[in-house]
Design a protein around this ligand. Structure first.
Ligand SMILES: NC(=O)c1ccc[n+]([C@@H]2O[C@H](COP(=O)([O-])OP(=O)(O)OC[C@H]3O[C@@H](n4cnc5c(N)ncnc54)[C@H](O)[C@@H]3O)[C@@H](O)[C@H]2O)c1
Length: 211
């Protein structure tokens, strides 16, 4: 049975895309059912953890056979919001911003970067992967006009707060912040900070911890 609360613990949400990816692989191989034990073995975690995590989604399995693969993929895609397109604006079309604009995979996860913004005159009016780059001065009014609630920040860290303030002032409701700056926003704005460098520090620590 689905858990009534819509707030799902972050560690659960971090595991779910891996469950989905695994079951999608099985789907491609033509498998019809998957058990929580099989998912647990793949994830190297306890099967009760898998069942508990999936109870948030409303997916129900059958005794002995497990979860029906097609149904699992459909429900989890829906639960994670990957099958509904969310439009976003990206600010800072530099090397990281450009790479995100090039990444066609984001659309598979429900994120469509509709427009990009920058201050570099040589970039204004150009396109990366069909996404036009506008001057940041044109940002105001655009989120409401284009029905865009998500802002992606890929500017140098010292400009991140000013960009976040601009986004909030013009109706952005959720910010995906790739800069190392810790931006301050009103409590109703959702912020997710993402950095590959933290993962690198963890990897280095694991590597050198074994020496
Ligand atoms: N999260 C991660 O894993 C990760 C990885 C790489 C870089 N970063 C961070 O991402 C940010 C961008 O890095 P990069 O290597 O792409 O830098 P970059 O210099 O290549 O790109 C930055 C872009 O922002 C533009 N810009 C500067 N000020 C602006 C403003 N006020 N408004 C709009 N655009 C503005 C610049 O013209 C440039 O195009 C940095 O903060 C960096 O630390 C994070």
């Amino acid at each position: 049975m689905a858990n009534d609360s819509k707030i799902v613990p972050v560690p659960v949400l971090r595991r779910m895309p891996a469950y989905l990816s695994f079951v999608k692989t099985l789907q491609k191989q033509g498998e019809k059912y998957v058990s929580s034990t099989r998912i647990a073995e793949y994830m190297e975690i306890d099967a009760t953890q898998v069942t508990k995590d999936l109870s948030h989604t409303g997916i129900s399995g059958k005794t002995r056979v497990g979860y029906e693969v097609d149904n699992f993929v459909e429900i989890l895609d829906d639960f994670l919001g990957f099958n509904k397109m969310n439009n976003a604006f990206l600010v800072g079309a530099g090397s990281l911003g450009g790479a995100l604009l090039q990444d066609k995979g984001l659309r598979n996860f429900g994120l469509n970067i509709q427009k990009a913004f920058d201050v570099d005159k040589s970039k204004i009016g150009t396109k990366i992967n069909d996404v036009e780059i506008f001057h940041i001065d044109q940002f105001r009014g655009m989120p409401t006009e284009c029905n865009v609630a998500i802002g992606i920040i890929t500017v140098p860290a010292d400009c991140a707060q000013a960009v976040a303030d601009l986004m909030v002032a013009w109706g952005i409701k959720a910010i995906w912040n790739f800069t190392p700056a810790r931006i301050k926003v009103p409590a109703h704005i959702a912020v997710q900070n993402s950095t590959i460098y933290t993962n690198l520090a963890i990897l280095f620590n694991k590597l050198h911890g074994q020496e």
